[in-house]
Design a protein around this ligand. Sequence first.
Ligand SMILES: Cc1cc2nc3c(=O)[nH]c(=O)nc-3n(C[C@H](O)[C@H](O)[C@H](O)COP(=O)(O)OP(=O)(O)OC[C@H]3O[C@@H](n4cnc5c(N)ncnc54)[C@H](O)[C@@H]3O)c2cc1C
Length: 306
Amino acid sequence: MEHVKCLIVGSGPAGYTAAIYTARASLQPVVYEGLLPGGQLTTTTDIENFPGYPKGIGGAAMMEDLRSQALRFGADIRPGTVASVDLSRRPFAVAVDGGAALAADALVVATGASAKYLGLPSEERFKGQGVSACATCDGFFYRKQDVVVVGGGDTACEDALHLAGLCRKVYMVVRRSVLRASHAMQQRVLATPNIEVLWEHQPKEVLGDERGVNAVRLAGAAGEERRVEATGFFVAIGHHPNTEVFRPWLQLDEQGYIVTQGKSTRTSVEGVFACGDVQDPVYRQAITAAGSGCMAAIDVEHFLKR
Ligand SMILES: Cc1cc2nc3c(=O)[nH]c(=O)nc-3n(C[C@H](O)[C@H](O)[C@H](O)COP(=O)(O)OP(=O)(O)OC[C@H]3O[C@@H](n4cnc5c(N)ncnc54)[C@H](O)[C@@H]3O)c2cc1C
């Protein structure tokens, strides 16, 4: 069985940053890229908020830069998805799809969290062209325009409030007749003049053309249809942390995110570290993922040199 000092699971900003730091610390990291090499940013167009790119950069190009930087210092980046782990003793046993089996002295989990979408075919068609699951990331592109936010929880309210500060009008489409968000959050949403809550409505189709989204078709409780003119369609119905493989071994919170200890990336199992969106239900940004990837690498180094 192949023995590695540091195994990194995932190739988003968190995984590649952990790879850059551990490679430069001579820990010879092995990275498994998973089904989405480069992570979530490869599914979007322009990144304007990652420091160091004053003119912005395409998501895929930025991740190619991170990958090249990790390779430059000797990270061993491999295709493959980690299928199962045994974290009951060290070195940890790791099985990869395709049959590879490894023993790892330290493990970095950087498997991200996938945004949930509604599953409409038209939503898929306009992803990156008006459909987004990240108001913090993409709201700026819709300044002074009309947008739709879907969802009734805290995240949807936060997104609606963020967008209300940028956009002319925010339609908040809520399936039920109440919001699930905290009372304080509800009050803020309902008191914001340019947010209109469309109670008991559900999106049926995102409409648009080659320039992107231009309207949304909704259905009300009694099946009546309504068309809302909007250029942005923000889905805020939650995220799914990619923790299935680790669920039997690591402490997770009630939403399935990996719990880390204090201001570290240490998990409930000594020698296993988590970074990026997989342990972050709050910020979920490329820069915070990269920052915690750096922390994980430093935590690994301290752990292995102890
Ligand atoms: C449409 C969209 C636009 C966005 N725009 C911005 C933006 O403009 N600015 C910004 O800062 N943030 C943006 N974000 C958020 C940003 O993409 C995430 O915060 C960031 O990618 C999280 O990085 P990560 O490394 O934690 O995980 P991810 O990028 O999600 O990467 C996870 C990695 O883990 C791998 N993986 C999963 N399971 C396994 C497994 N079992 N074995 C091996 N590998 C596995 C995947 O293949 C993937 O490589 C956007 C997100 C989306 C969806």
